[in-house]
Design a protein around this ligand. Structure first.
Ligand code: WQD
Length: 333
């Protein structure tokens, strides 16, 4: 029987690509998204790719009655929980909003899973849990530093909460996926990163600069890195999407395990090299200017992702250049 997978936040950037990857793997996505930071365009984009009507409910994951009704309507085999606010900058300005939404939706989800007897969870965590690491690359055993933002704190607390839940519920399985910097888009150009309002992350801003809508600010030119700009481990969103399928298959085979996995390429790109690479691959100019360091930015972080390779049998297949090409292909449309 086809397995139903509840994807909360399934109309968002990573959720939508994961819905496509699940479908390709023969699993059935059931999408819940309150569209607070995305739109129905993404749902239609997924449908265009998979050539099938989706099960979609515009529910809020903090609303227990709504989430419960999903478990009553469909037999759910596993949950991928993306639904959360994700702007680092906004979280600094409105920490309570982040605590309430990100922790509240996780609590509702765990309660509903318990009531429905669903024991398989894949959780959307983040490399931000590591704070500014002493050494790179980071492994899953690298100790957490104080989170640089309330957003990061909600991911640290979310992981703790799931770990405790696993200890109390002996058959519960969870994969905590620590994303490094997701970029790119589906190569069809039907779905991609489409935040509402002013974007925060680098690639949506690079795309807007390429379209002549803004001058990109590069935050900091005097970091202790080869070209003075920050170093990050950028990962193609389709590689990330496929990691969720691998993680789900892994949790299905467990009986009472909770583990974290780093998801990155295991290599770095500087901000400046992203801009230069984007310009040469896509044949467009990115107007930019130098700006102050952004508060809360770590200088450099990249992943050791060998645990995901060894245990989940997953590794990245796409390069940063592939991601920059696919990102622009989506943004142009
Ligand atoms: C990347 C680099 C900026 C904008 C955050 C979260 C992380 C993950 C991804 C998920 C940095 C520089 C950016 C700009 C710039 N989250 N930059 N000018 O901060 O590494 O990671 O998003 O939800 O968990 O912490 O990502 O894309 O904002 O920045 O120079 O206008 O680009 O300084 O070095 P970040 P980012």
């Amino acid at each position: 029987m086809e397995k139903n997978i509840l994807i909360t936040g399934g109309a968002g950037f990573i959720g939508s690509h994961t819905a496509v990857a699940l479908h390709q793997a023969g699993l059935k996505p059931i999408i819940v998204d309150n569209l607070s930071n995305t739109s129905m365009e993404m749902v239609h984009g997924i449908e265009n790719i998979i050539q099938e009507k989706l099960v979609f409910h515009p529910y809020d994951c903090c609303n227990k009655e709504q989430v419960k009704s999903i478990f009553e309507q469909y037999p759910i085999h596993g949950v991928i929980h993306f639904a959360a606010f994700k702007s680092v900058a906004e979280s600094v300005l409105e920490p309570q909003k982040y605590m309430k939404n990100n922790m509240g939706s996780l609590e509702v989800m765990l309660e509903c899973m318990k009531d429905a007897g669903v024991n398989n969870l894949v959780f959307s965590s983040s490399a931000t849990v590591y704070g500014e690491p002493d050494d790179n690359p980071v492994t899953e055993d690298t100790p957490f530093k104080k989170a640089a933002s309330p957003y990061g704190e909600t991911k640290q607390l979310g992981e703790d909460c799931i770990q405790s839940y696993c200890t109390e519920n002996i058959h519960f399985n969870a994969a905590l996926l620590r994303y490094f910097n997701p970029i790119g888009a589906h190569p069809s150009g039907n779905i991609g990163e489409l935040p509402l309002g002013i974007p925060n992350n680098l690639l949506p801003l690079v795309n807007q600069a390429a379209k002549g809508e803004r001058v990109l600010k590069i935050f900091g030119k005097d970091y202790n890195t080869p070209d003075g700009t920050c170093l990050r481990d950028y990962i193609h969103v389709m590689d990330l999407a496929e990691a969720h399928v691998a993680a789900l298959r892994w949790v299905f085979g467990q009986n009472g395990t909770c583990q974290a996995f780093n998801l990155g390429q295991g290599k770095v790109d500087s901000v400046l090299s992203i801009i230069q690479n984007f310009e040469s691959i896509n044949g467009v100019a990115i107007p930019y200017e130098w700006s102050e360091r952004r508060p809360g930015d770590v200088e450099q972080i990249w992943a050791n992702a060998s645990k995901a390779k060894n245990i989940l049998g997953w590794e990245t297949k796409r390069s940063t250049s592939d991601a920059l090409r696919d990102s622009w292909n989506f943004a142009k449309k």
